[in-house]
Design a protein around this ligand. Sequence first.
Ligand code: GDP
Ligand code: MG
Length: 170
Amino acid sequence: DMEVAIKVVVVGNGAVGKSSMIQRYCKGIFTKDYKKTIGVDFLERQLLVNDEDVRLMLWDTAGQEEFDAITKAYYRGAQACVLVFSTTDRESFEAIGSWWEKVEIEVGDIPTVLVQNKIDLLDDTHGRMDHEEAEGLAKKLKLRFYRTSVKEDLNVNEVFKYLADKYLQR
Ligand code: GDP
Ligand code: MG
């Protein structure tokens, strides 16, 4: 039985929780100040999908998203994508369309999921994300939509399970 390895890119504005999500999923930890380990391009985790061994390689950015300078090497060969925005950052939601386009330009149509992170902060946010708005965007882009809290470990596994499933069904 051959093992399937899937390169997953996690994109979105800075500070939405991408690195935290990767750490959470691959190492089971959450820290307030995640610092990228220099020299490490991705973390991985194995899972079983319908009796198939799947290895997900979750590629992290080194914070270059602030400078709109994520390199082609980051996207090269990506087979699945997580588009992340934050409950507390309206701009990060408004940027999803351009992230989606960027991925499409670099790697074409790959299994992709839309994620609203930090739902543990739903109550104390001002620029609160309206549920329908986010669902509407997911519909428009024809993407599965998840709401997660990396902090509380809500729905994080589901996101990656869905992507692995979707990739295997392609
Ligand atoms: P990145 O720039 O997208 O990689 O974001 P980081 O993973 O560095 O996270 C930015 C900040 O948001 C950090 O202080 C995290 O601890 C925090 N954070 C990430 N996910 C969550 C979450 O689900 N809830 C809360 N409350 N904070 C989060
Ligand atoms: Mg980061």
